[in-house]
Design a protein around this ligand. Structure first.
Ligand code: ACO
Length: 332
């Protein structure tokens, strides 16, 4: 726990999911799969798909506008914009700069950070540190993904798992000690990067006729190995952050897990001895939205009355990199 007497609180949240719903039955018309297989193996029943002319910055801007409204601050008051995404509008400029312009944010510090599905926890810690150490008051942090743009719609082992969406939060400094974002425990292991990656489109495999023909511009995943690592590191980071703060599972009122697979979350629930009904779940509606998954779930949990003032909330994530993280949040 930080010794700084000031805290960083989540002053507002917002989320946005594109209109188009793609059900498991719809997917069964595209690839050799079934509603039964997808539901039993993942818990996912449908996902949202952005329109062709709707980009990660558009989804993110809509979620951010709702977060600003919830926080009761204007775009001009934002000092920092940080976006977590693996599906930026383009390699550069950053999606944060594009969102800044779309929302009418002033000359704030703007950047993207890429930590895949752990991205929201990574940007929350970075923004939190900047607020505590710099001359800033309000940070807008956004997890936004248009994963449909990098899915191989001929690969049934991946295309059934993911969806599009965005979630955002306004982080603000508070003079009240030990509240808000209390602590973080983030980590990564780059040795296993090939378990989940998109090889094409960067300096290693720039776009070429060959890279297109060999389908390098799509997400690739070794699902079973990712599953095993996910359960292990999510449990480890959750236990470490609880120990570090002298808390136990009973102190946690709500868990906001990365929404990748219901079986991963059930396994985490067993290992942490935290009942499943303490976990906020929405993966049945959205699938895995990577960096957007935790902020969408947090916003929904708050707006449906699951979070009460003073509740200790555990957020826990895992993603490509491999990256992982846990965070403790005392609700405002
Ligand atoms: N429909 C029907 N059958 C399928 C499908 C499908 N969509 N996908 C795979 N299968 C088949 C496989 O081909 C295999 O068939 P076989 O036995 O004849 O070879 C069989 O189903 C079992 O495949 P497994 O991969 O062993 O299935 P598993 O139970 O491991 O479930 C899954 C696969 C859902 C991908 C699981 O491993 C998983 O969720 N892994 C974690 C993925 C994850 O969380 N990724 C996100 C990380 S976050 C980020 O940073 C983006």
């Amino acid at each position: 726990m930080s010794s700084d007497t000031r805290s960083v609180i989540i002053k507002g949240t917002g989320s946005y999911a594109p209109e188009k719903i793609l059900s498991n039955d719809d997917l069964a018309k595209l690839v050799d799969t079934s509603d039964e297989w997808i539901t039993a193996r993942t818990g996912i029943r449908s996902r949202r798909i952005a329109a062709d002319d709707e980009y990660a910055s558009d989804l993110g801007s809509k979620a951010a506008a709702r977060a600003l409204e919830d926080a009761g601050i204007t775009a001009e008051e934002v000092d920092i914009v940080i976006v977590a995404t693996i599906t930026p509008d383009m390699p550069f400029p950053s999606t944060a700069c594009i969102i800044q312009a779309k929302l009418g944010v002033g000359n704030a510090l703007c950047m993207d950070i890429e930590a895949a599905c752990s991205g929201f926890l990574y940007i929350a810690e970075v923004a939190s540190s900047l607020l505590k150490n710099g001359n800033y008051k309000h940070a807008l942090i956004i997890g936004t993904e248009k994963l449909s743009s990098i899915l191989d719609w001929e690969d049934r082992t991946t295309c059934v798992l993911f969806g599009d969406g965005a979630g955002a939060a306004i982080l603000s400094l508070s003079d009240e000690p030990n509240t808000g974002l209390i602590d973080f425990k983030l980590g990564a292991d780059g040795k296993n990067s090939e378990l989940l990656h998109m090889p094409g489109g960067g300096s290693a495999v720039p776009a070429s006729t060959n890279s297109l023909e060999t389908r390098q511009h799509f997400l690739k995943m070794r699902g079973r190995e990712v599953f095993k690592s996910a359960v292990r590191v999510m449990e480890q980071s959750a236990i470490e952050i609880l120990d570090q703060n002298q808390l136990n599972a009973n102190d946690i009122k709500c868990v906001i897990p990365h929404q990748a697979n219901l079986r991963i979350i059930e396994s985490l629930s067993n290992r942490l001895e935290l009942p499943l009904d303490k976990f906020y779940l929405n993966l049945d509606k959205y699938g895995n939205t990577s960096a957007a998954s935790i902020p969408i779930a947090l916003d929904e949990a708050y707006r449906t009355g699951r979070l009460k003032s003073g509740d200790i909330i555990l957020m826990v994530a895992f993603g490509a990199g491999l990256t992982w993280g846990a965070s403790l949040l005392k609700w405002r």
